[in-house]
Design a protein around this ligand. Structure first.
Ligand code: FAD
Length: 466
């Protein structure tokens, strides 16, 4: 690797052992892949994380806000695919009931960190946590070399990208508007967006999904009393969970076409609760997605994604109650429309937006505007140093729908010449283009367990194992 040309520092001495896997990113995906690998084989794992506060917990579960609850019931949040009661047992061992169905994300983060700490005791030197950022990965002579921001190099037999979602993009009307940083927050995960904000100030939140709900709750829990407007094209809000519904295996034989499945789902929803329909489809959505051609996937994203997202990713009842109360009090309002332009007048944002179905724009003034359009996966628009370097070197490419990384069936990244890498793999939300449903814990835990098993056992099937 030409590290000097890549702008990296001079290399440190190289490490080398027999069977070593380097995992980039220690959120849920990376951490749980590490633990699955260590359980299944005599490997050495390096878990590399650039933000030490996120080690073991990642973006979602390093939140310390008590208002941030899991959006999946505790009973379905075990970190291990083969131990469904693992999280509930952990809760019970700390005197916490699993009946408190939606626990805080901070509690879940503690669970993950403690599980990682236990693994460090069990596996000793076989598990190393590396507090650094990976800037490049190169494949050479049956090995991978990872270049770190501090100038070090790591050599390994496999590298796995577990880098999570990419930060949100600026909406088109805002990109290039050069708004002052204290007025416009482009990435709420990367900043303390409530800091320096007058408690009575008007805030505009762009987006009405789960990220918007998170941001609104954090603003309010930090004492914000001013009006909050949440704006998205359709103004759709995530729905709430309802207790007591049990999904049933509804399809004796899965419909072969996505369109057929949509027709079936509409019919079933007319007869019963739509939540049951969505939950019943979940076990087969990955299969449906895999069998759909690119054009059908594209149509799904264009027409159905916003509806799917608000029905599929739901709010804990307590969170939904708080949002309803804020709406009822008049502090929060949801609007449907599209931003046409933003200017700054006397240090206040003047946002011109066109309500859905209206011909004329209206104007809203705000002291702060927060981009809550949610995580992105389009590599070509990313400023992430590792993604940019690997793209420029043609070692990775976007999937056909630009939802993330192009990977083959076994999780190897595919390069610009359509060649699947032998040694670099990817897991987690960036593999959405291939699997679609790989964003939440119940899906990722299955993905990482399957990948660990595949890597460890590949020699039995003639594949490239560890
Ligand atoms: C706010 C939020 C709430 C959620 N709530 C739930 C929930 O209640 N239930 C549920 O099932 N799912 C939930 N999810 C979805 C899902 O659990 C998460 O998306 C999942 O945790 C993803 O984990 P990850 O490890 O893939 O990504 P991340 O958590 O984003 O972790 C990736 C890590 O990689 C690191 N990294 C990236 N690039 C580099 C690099 N070059 N070098 C070193 N480190 C790097 C990052 O710093 C980061 O810590 C939520 C997601 C979010 C965002």
């Amino acid at each position: 690797m030409n590290l000097a040309a890549a702008g990296l520092h001079s290399p440190r001495p190289r490490l080398r052992t027999a069977t070593r896997v380097a995992i980039v990113g220690a959120g849920f995906s990376g951490t749980m892949l590490a633990l699955n690998l260590l359980e299944q084989a005599d490997v050495e794992v390096l878990l590399i994380e650039r933000d030490r506060h996120r080690m073991g917990a990642g973006v979602a579960y390093s939140s310390s806000e008590s208002a941030h609850l899991l959006n999946v019931r505790a009973g379905n949040m075990s970190a291990f695919a083969d131990r469904p009661g693992h999280f509930c047992d952990w809760l019970a061992s700390r005197g916490l009931g699993c009946d408190a169905a939606f626990v805080t994300r901070a509690t879940y983060g503690r669970y993950l960190r403690e599980t990682l700490a236990q693994a460090m005791e069990i596996y000793g030197q076989r598990l190393k946590l590396v507090d650094d950022e990976v800037l490049d990965i190169e494949e050479c002579g049956g090995q991978v070399t990872l270049g770190l921001v501090n100038g070090g190099l790591i050599e390994a037999d496999r590298a796995v990208l577990a880098i999570g979602n990419l930060p949100p993009h600026d909406p088109p009307a805002i990109a290039g508007a050069h708004l002052p940083a204290h007025r416009y927050i482009g990435d709420p995960w990367a900043s303390a967006f409530e800091e320096g904000l007058d408690k009575a100030a008007a805030v505009l939140v762009i987006g009405t999904g789960l990220t918007a709900v998170d941001v609104i709750l954090r603003l309010v829990s930090h004492g914000h009393e001013g009006p909050i407007t949440a704006l998205s094209r359709r103004g759709l809000r995530p729905h709430r969970h309802v207790d007591g519904l049990r999904p049933k295996p509804v399809l004796a034989k899965p419909a072969p076409e996505l369109s057929e499945l949509v027709r079936w789902a509409r019919g079933e929803a007319r007869r019963g609760d739509w939540r049951l329909v969505v939950d019943s489809i979940r076990p087969i959505t990955q299969m449906m997605w895999a069998s759909a051609e690119a054009e059908k996937r594209m149509r799904f994203l264009r027409h159905l994604r916003p509806f799917w997202d608000v029905h599929r990713h739901r709010l804990a009842p307590a969170v939904a109650d708080r949002i309803d109360a804020l709406v009822a009090s008049g502090q929060l309002c949801f609007r449907a429309g599209k931003i046409a332009g933003v200017s700054v007048e006397r240090d206040v944002l003047v946002i011109s937006w066109r309500p859905r179905g209206a011909a004329e724009p209206v104007v809203t003034r705000a002291t702060r505007m927060i981009n809550c359009t949610g995580p992105q996966g389009d590599l070509l628009r990313s400023a992430d140093p590792l993604v940019k370097r690997m793209l420029a070197a043609k070692r990775i490419r976007p999937d056909a729908l630009r939802l993330g990384l192009d990977i083959d069936r076994d999780g190897h990244v595919v390069d610009a010449r359509s060649r699947a890498s032998d040694h670099i793999l990817a897991i987690g939300p960036m593999t959405r283009g291939d699997l679609w449903e790989v964003v939440a814990v119940p899906d990722i835990r299955v993905q990482v367990s399957a990948l660990a098993r595949r890597l460890v056992n590949a020699h039995w099937t003639g594949g490239e194992g560890l």
